[in-house]
Write a protein that binds this ligand. Sequence first.
Ligand SMILES: Nc1nc2c(ncn2[C@@H]2O[C@H](COP(=O)(O)OP(=O)(O)O)[C@@H](O)[C@H]2O)c(=O)[nH]1
Ligand SMILES: Nc1ncnc2c1ncn2[C@@H]1O[C@H](COP(=O)(O)OP(=O)(O)O)[C@@H](O)[C@H]1O
Length: 220
Amino acid sequence: MMIANPALQTPPRRRGLMLILSSPSGAGKTTLTRLLLQNRDVDLTLSVSVTTRARRSSEADGIHYHFISRDRFETMRDRGELLEHAEVHGNYYGTPRGPVDEVLSNGRDVLFDIDYQGTQQVRAKAPEDVVTIFILPPSIHELRSRLERRAEDAPETIAARLRASRNEITRWTTYDYVLVNDDLQRTFRDVLAILTAERLRRVRQEAATAAFVSQLLSER
Ligand SMILES: Nc1nc2c(ncn2[C@@H]2O[C@H](COP(=O)(O)OP(=O)(O)O)[C@@H](O)[C@H]2O)c(=O)[nH]1
Ligand SMILES: Nc1ncnc2c1ncn2[C@@H]1O[C@H](COP(=O)(O)OP(=O)(O)O)[C@@H](O)[C@H]1O
């Protein structure tokens, strides 16, 4: 006779993880993020940052960023509403804490497109739950071409981002994984492989596996 065990009918979900993508401007974070979010099997929720930079013509408020004033940013920061924040290329960027906490507490995973400063802050707060990937361009020449082809920024903005890219690139050593984004589909497959393996880590499956193992061991 089968005896229903209510604890096994609703196995605990694994811990949610935080997948962080960082790169110099133009290496391909936004493109990879779009591919990840478009894929129905991936099940990631994007953390939508607040920023004080001007909206690009391709961007929508509330989808790519929440575009806010400096005053509003400083209020959010001072009230502790940001999980992390940094000044990048002369603008403020930050991650609203509330939506991230909500997704993680439901056992789901959050995707972040943030810089190395923000990555350090999130890692310091939740070292066990963070998976970090740094995306490198195949060359500086290609990085410049991509920024120019994207044609979203003024020439002086592109020049400033290229100058900053040299410092950003040196941060690769602080990341768990480093990918050279030459062939986009290949990089995307590598990101998926990392995500799949990280989701399967024992520490993230501990509660569900313990419940399963006790069921296995109770079999006669
Ligand atoms: N620390 C931090 N960095 C962010 C956040 N949102 C975006 N960034 C980073 O800010 C930098 C500039 O982003 P963006 O203005 O969208 O330019 P792009 O990288 O050229 O697309 C990138 O390195 C982003 O990863 C955030 O909430 N926190
Ligand atoms: N692997 C790739 N090969 C060629 N072009 C790419 C590749 N990845 C991204 N791009 C292009 O490069 C430009 C910059 O990419 P984007 O994703 O906006 O970079 P980031 O978000 O890191 O600033 C975009 O026009 C994008 O279509």
